[in-house]
Design a binder for this molecule. Structure first.
Ligand SMILES: C[S@@+](CC[C@H](N)C(=O)[O-])C[C@H]1O[C@@H](n2cnc3c(N)ncnc32)[C@H](O)[C@@H]1O
Length: 372
């Protein structure tokens, strides 16, 4: 049987691509993603300012595609609401729909919304948060429903694994036919994501998508600090197989379908006219930035602290996906101990090799053409 998660349906447990570590772990280790998303806030505010608002008192709808546990959604959604509130009456309802896969830690999301001092709705009784637990590679909201879409560091995750990667876990470290299969899958998924969001947006609505980027040289990702971390994780996995901690079959299933796109890949569906169906590219920017952990290291010189923070970032973002390839009978405890061991092995390998995560945040702003 095949489903949108591809090969794994017949080969083993159903994986959860991109699902972040639960128990609020992602929220504690996602400063890097927040730094990238923060660079997009002026563009999100401009989109909120420019989007077409119908008169009347119908709710204004904001969708957050790939919300994880919510901490990193607070600032962008707050910024968007602040702009919208200046355009609409104080009591016009604003509905915020957080979308993520069903396995996501929605409990933490709602706790954060209820308790974080910077939560976007605590001081506005006419803002109504809710959530959808379904892949954004399906329709998740009705047609012509969303005024403003936001998606940060989520559409980098593919809908399926198109090929196994011999001796590695990361598509950017693959070559030849295997890399080409990921390229094709990424192109297809990006078009699917755009077509579905175009349907959900209202005419005159806007969609702002933030994604990790790579340079034009395909091999640049593999040569980066993140590429080093992927290599180290891969080596730790080999050791775990050698020590009998995981089986060869489990190791073979471990692939991270996380595919940072080049700018040209992001823009490919839109062609010369910068148009894909009814979606028009209004802006496409690339922002280089260095992770906050490195800035802290430059201040305090704490190599072990840097290694721990980089391992924490890697763990929360990537290890649950690898753990989902373990045999089902290992249970939650087995998955947890796998994650602990792998993260610790990675941390040890990073100590003594301090380096910054030099990153690119790509931001694309799309407008759904208003009907004439
Ligand atoms: C790295 S987190 C980003 C969270 C947050 N938006 C941020 O900027 O920090 C990626 C999120 O995308 C979600 N995700 C990945 N694939 C998805 C899919 N097909 N449908 C919905 N959410 C998905 C993951 O479950 C995860 O919560």
């Amino acid at each position: 049987m095949s489903n949108e998660k591809g090969i794994a349906a017949s080969n083993g447990p159903t994986p959860s691509y991109g699902v972040t570590e639960a128990g609020g772990s992602y929220n504690r280790h996602a400063a890097t993603q927040l730094a990238g998303a923060t660079l997009a806030l002026p563009l999100l505010e401009k989109a909120a300012q420019d989007l077409l608002l119908n008169a009347g008192d119908q709710p204004v709808v904001i969708a957050d595609y790939g919300c994880s546990q919510g901490k990193n959604s607070l600032a962008p959604i707050r910024a968007a609401i602040a702009v919208l509130r200046k355009r609409i009456s104080r009591h016009r309802p604003i509905c915020v729909v957080h979308v993520d896969v069903a396995e996501n830690d929605f409990t933490t999301l709602f706790e954060v919304l209820d308790t974080a001092p910077d939560s976007y709705f605590l001081d506005d009784p006419d803002v109504f948060p809710s959530a959808v637990g379904r892949s954004f590679y399906h329709s998740v909201l009705p047609p012509d429903h969303v005024h403003l879409g936001w998606s940060s560091y989520a559409a980098v995750w593919l809908s399926r694994i198109p090929a196994m990667i011999p001796d590695h876990i990361w598509p950017a470290s693959s070559t030849g036919e295997v890399h080409a299969a990921f390229e094709r899958q990424a192109a297809q998924d990006w078009e699917t994501f755009l077509a579905l969001r175009a349907r959900e947006l209202r005419s005159g609505g806007k969609l702002v998508v933030v994604l990790p980027g790579i340079g034009d040289d395909v091999s640049s990702a593999a040569k980066s600090r993140l590429g080093d971390m992927m290599d180290h994780a891969n080596s730790v996995l080999s050791e775990m197989v050698a020590y009998g901690l995981i089986t060869t079959e489990e190791r073979v299933r471990m692939v991270l379908p996380s595919y940072p796109r080049r700018r040209s890949e992001l823009l490919a569906p839109f062609g010369q006219g910068r148009r894909f169906g009814c979606l028009l590219v209004e802006h496409c920017a690339v922002f280089p930035f260095t992770d906050a952990a490195w800035t802290e290291y430059e201040r305090d010189g704490d190599d072990a602290g840097l290694a721990a923070r980089h391992a924490g970032f890697f763990r929360a973002a990537f290890l649950p996906t690898l753990a989902s390839a373990l045999a089902p009978d290992r249970g939650a405890e087995g998955r947890q101990s796998f994650i602990d061991r792998l993260a610790e092995g990675l941390r040890r390998r990073l100590v003594g090799h301090p380096a910054p995560l030099q990153l690119l945040a790509q931001v694309i702003v799309l407008a759904k053409q208003a009907a004439t």
